[in-house]
Design a protein around this ligand. Structure first.
Ligand code: PXP
Length: 238
């Protein structure tokens, strides 16, 4: 049975909309763990648009499961990771103007850079995962770089407009997962996974862990709305 890691970035997005203290992604992470999540994921972006350095520091002390830090493969982020020591680092490509991570890492195209960074993180006691498109070349390149895990980008599958395209994308994810498994890599998957498409993805036995953020935070806002309004009505109306 696959593990579920919850990405709490968008709790921080709501907080940063007002630059205040709440909602706190640290509290959300604790509640996710109480509900049974197997891990917590945060993406510390170069522009600090949602998760802040303080969040990462506090989460490292409070997360009781496993903390997975998504980050760009930059010197600044490697230093932060080595200091904070999350259980796993997931290296992702990062563009300043993107709304969210747009594609997988081009592992093949930046082998020499990654060859330098990956062992430094591993020697620091951190597992290294590479976020890649479901592409067999990228899977092989990840294994050559001695990554511990690959995280297969499920975005194209999640966004596929019609069933034929969706099936084709699912097939690519499956093939990438099978090869990664044969090569001895741990396999995570994520991006755009929601309450419907998980029913397809969960049938790929090689996937050990799903990393899900937006769909869960979006649902939490909606399922929590009624109670939140009732509580305020009770205060307004005495
Ligand atoms: N995995 C990676 C590498 C990501 O960058 C993201 C988005 O931050 C996710 C998983 C989670 O995607 P979503 O928020 O669409 O569930």
């Amino acid at each position: 049975m696959a593990r579920l890691a919850i990405n709490v970035d968008h709790v921080a997005t709501v907080r940063q909309a007002r630059m205040v203290r709440e909602p706190d992604p640290v509290t959300a992470a604790a509640l996710a763990e109480l509900a049974g999540a197997d891990g917590i994921v945060v993406h510390l972006r170069e522009d600090r648009r949602h998760i802040q350095d303080r969040d990462l520091e506090v989460l490292r002390q409070t997360v009781k499961t496993r903390l997975n830090l998504e980050m760009a493969a930059t010197e600044e982020m490697v230093r932060i990771a080595l200091k904070i020591q999350p259980h796993v680092v997931t290296l992702v490509p990062e563009k300043r103007l993107e709304l969210t991570t747009e594609g997988g890492l081009n592992v093949e195209g930046q082998q020499s850079h990654l060859q330098e960074i990956i062992p430094r993180l591993q020697e620091g006691g951190i597992g290294v995962s590479l976020f890649i498109d479901p592409d067999l070349h990228q899977v092989r390149a990840s294994q050559e770089l001695k990554a511990d895990f690959v995280e297969i980008h499920t975005g194209s599958f999640a966004e596929a407009g019609h069933p034929g395209h969706q099936e084709q994308e699912l097939g690519r994810i499956e093939e990438a997962a099978v090869l990664a498994d044969e090569l001895g890599l741990g396999i995570h998957a994520g991006h755009g996974v929601d309450y419907k498409n998980i029913l397809w993805l969960r049938d790929i036995p090689e996937i050990e862990e799903f990393s899900i953020g937006h769909a869960v935070v979006a649902r939490a806002v909606l399922v929590g709305m009624e109670r939140a309004v009732r509580e305020m009505i009770a205060l307004v109306k005495g």
